[in-house]
Design a protein around this ligand. Sequence first.
Ligand SMILES: Nc1ncnc2c1ncn2[C@@H]1O[C@H](COP(=O)(O)OP(=O)(O)OP(=O)(O)O)[C@@H](O)[C@H]1O
Ligand SMILES: [Mg+2]
Length: 332
Amino acid sequence: MKNIVTVPSNGYATSANNLIRDKIVFDGGNRTTAWINPSGKIQIVPSIIKNLEDWELDEDAQGDEKSVIIIHNGERYVVGEMAGWLNGRPIFQKDKTEMALQLLLLALQPNPGERVVTVNELLIALPDSRDQNALANLKRIEGTHEFIRNGQHVVASVRRVRAIDETKGAYALAMQHGIFQCRNRINGILDLGGGTSIARLYSEKGSLMRPLDVVLPGTNALAQQIDAALLPRTGKSQNLSLIMDAIQEGSYQIGTSEINFAELFEKAVTRWIDEIRERIKGAWSDYLPHIAEVLIVGGSAPLAKPIETISKGRFKMAPSPQVFNLKGMELL
Ligand SMILES: Nc1ncnc2c1ncn2[C@@H]1O[C@H](COP(=O)(O)OP(=O)(O)OP(=O)(O)O)[C@@H](O)[C@H]1O
Ligand SMILES: [Mg+2]
């Protein structure tokens, strides 16, 4: 790609303007990317990226609440809602650490009007914090980066990057808020996401019981089932992201088309939930009498309300489930 903007390497702010952030937490999911900004506010943008050509967006385009425009190493790209409008591509799980720097630049924000930020620790949620390949990719983020973020020139230094196992933040926050009634028993977290879901158990002592991890379908699989059921009527496959948007909005209407799947939805979501329940029951069968409670988190948690009822509250919904894990990462 053509070099659009060169970032001057002079003009560093004085140390008085150097915002030092002890910790920044970041969770890049298949559907949403979220982090906490310098004012302590949670920012969520759709996980869609688009590399921009000169003609695609004005050079002074600023981004907005749900879109961040970055210029870095001669490349200009946008992540979030605007990337969706410009037909960008979804960021999948497998890209997450390969593209880690591109994505993490979103979260490296100085205070408004300033340009320098030093981050002692950048915490990023990963399915497995021991993945050597992922860790090597993350290591490359340590150091100083100059870029332009939504029109603001930024010089960000990252001292250390730390991978955190998904659900660990949620478990820590649940413990801190006294959400689990029996703290000294096995408790679990069920994270229902867009691409994948995961159910994990934590021992009486609070350690992750990895061999009992259950990786489960996310709403993407539910969207696939809906698409298959619609096929006789539509004649061709629909965009799964639009189906997931329609589920989230509760419109059951695919984009601006006439296609509505409201009457299919109940049956499809029940099947999706039943599969998740069966798989968990199977994987945890030896432990069931010892498990106290399982907290449901993730953006798709509202769909799992029936699990709460069927299990008589043993599975229970977290408050603000979509960002519960991210908030908890601040405690780690
Ligand atoms: N209010 C809602 N009701 C139902 N579903 C919702 C709601 N809000 C969000 N969703 C669903 O949640 C999904 C996003 O969840 P989440 O943000 O946890 O995913 P993610 O973390 O990006 O995905 P993954 O964990 O697979 O990487 C969307 O695909 C959407 O279908
Ligand atoms: Mg997730």
